[in-house]
Design a protein around this ligand. Structure first.
Ligand code: GLV
Ligand code: MN
Ligand code: MN
Length: 415
């Protein structure tokens, strides 16, 4: 009998699955546009279900459209071990953000199946719904609802830019998957391990194959709505105008000046900016933009976030401004016990590893409040992510999945 499940891990198949998944929503520069709950994502989910069935793994779905692929353990009534991530992407996303964790999880299930062994607890791979928050903000919706951090009824009312609600978008997904088993939200879970690409440059720079994630930085987001008045570009004078774009630009300038720090520790992004009616000869009537603010230190994150509404009011000029706080996720630390498991598995497999924090957000954030949680990072080229050029090596993908497989099996098989 083989000592380690990872000896059965099929690296070629893992890479093949990553490339196959990237075809759902493939775009010109090698990246992927597969927004949450779109046709592309539904098709990618069907592929995952088909791959799972090849090894006798059953698929299930819950009311938030989280997709579960379950390898039954010897004692199926025990809370399962969970792994996985997300398969939605940013509009110009890469092939690996999220997808890697789901495909690596499936590779781990395959390795367990190939070993002929069964752990005591069941092991489930989850594709959490709408992690990216690009179509429906804020993201990590599926994991937030699963863990009770947000209410299902509340997320169902969130609308995308076209006015489509999560409730409307989820309908076709659940309809397509009506033959799958149905799961309750928030059932007891023995542990969660998420594999993910680093999305930063540290592992590559330090020549480490495996990152043991210490925790996730704090994140605060807002939606800012600037209301002016539409007017004729030829006839309205400067003094008469209430130009929402002019006010929004002044607000953005004031925010940039107040929030960035000289030490460059703050992460501050206005990534979405919409002008209405967005017509060349109409004075802009309304601007809506996003604020994404991150910091490792709770006190700094709170202080800077509190400044956002104040600065928006100070710089609004002749327009009205409403600042809607969307979320504040404080910094968190994963338990030492889960970090030790990842470190131990990496060492046994002979991979160079290091501990590092994650400034990027992950579903593991919300699972952390539900069960013992940890994360495994693998390097990504030049730290590039949320970009079509996102790139990893097959060897690193395989290494991360081997570590994942061994950690999952060990945890799932514990007395
Ligand atoms: C996740 O994609 C994040 O924005 O951190
Ligand atoms: Mn991700
Ligand atoms: Mn992402």
């Amino acid at each position: 009998m083989s000592a380690r499940i990872s000896e059965h891990l099929d690296g070629q198949r893992l890479w093949g699955d990553l490339m196959a998944l990237a075809r759902f929503g493939a775009i010109d520069l090698g990246g992927v546009n597969r927004l949450a709950l779109t046709r592309e994502e539904i098709e990618a989910r069907q592929a995952l279900v088909a791959w799972a069935r090849e090894i006798g793994v059953e698929a299930a779905v819950d009311a938030a459209a989280n997709l579960y692929l379950r390898l039954e353990g010897r004692e199926p009534s025990l809370p399962p071990l969970l792994t996985g991530s997300h398969i939605d992407t940013q509009p110009t996303g890469g092939k690996f953000d999220g997808a890697y964790g789901v495909v690596a999880g499936l590779a781990a299930l395959r390795a367990i199946a190939a070993s002929g062994r069964r752990p005591r607890r069941s092991v489930e791979v989850v594709a959490w719904m709408n992690e990216e928050g690009s179509r429906f903000a804020p993201g990590m919706m599926g994991s937030a609802v699963f863990t009770g951090k947000r209410a299902l009824d509340e997320i169902l009312t969130v609308r995308d830019k076209a006015g489509v609600s999560v409730r409307e978008a989820i309908g076709p997904v659940l309809e397509k998957e009506k033959d799958l088993l149905r799961r309750p939200l928030g059932y007891p879970v023995a542990g969660f391990i998420e594999a993910h690409i680093e999305q930063g440059p540290t592992l590559e720079a330090k020549a480490k194959t495996i990152g043991i994630v210490t925790g996730i930085g704090g994140k605060r987001t807002f939606r800012v709505e600037v209301q002016g008045e539409p007017a004729h570009a030829g006839t309205s004078t400067r003094g008469e105008r209430r130009d929402a774009l002019v006010s929004a630009v002044a607000i953005v300038g004031a925010l940039q000046k107040a929030i960035w720090d000289d030490a460059d520790t703050v992460r501050f992004t206005i990534g979405m900016f919409t002008v209405t009616p967005n017509a060349p000869s109409v004075v802009p009537a309304r601007v809506v933009f996003s604020v994404d603010l991150r910091h490792d230190d709770d006190e700094t994150g709170r202080r800077l976030g509190d400044l956002v509404p104040v600065i928006c009011q100070q710089a609004r000029g002749k327009c009205d401004v409403t600042v809607v706080p969307l979320l504040y996720d404080p910094p968190l630390q994963f338990p030492a016990s889960m970090r030790a498991r990842v470190a131990e598995a990496a060492a046994k497999l002979g991979y160079a590893s290091m501990e590092l924090p994650s400034p990027a957000g992950h579903d593991a954030r919300y699972l952390h409040y539900h069960c013992p949680t940890g994360m495994v990072f693998i390097p990504c080229k030049d730290g590039i992510s949320h970009n079509e050029a996102e790139s990893i090596t097959q060897a690193d993908a395989e290494a991360g999945a081997r570590v994942l497989a061994d950690v999952l099996f060990a945890l799932a098989d514990e007395p």
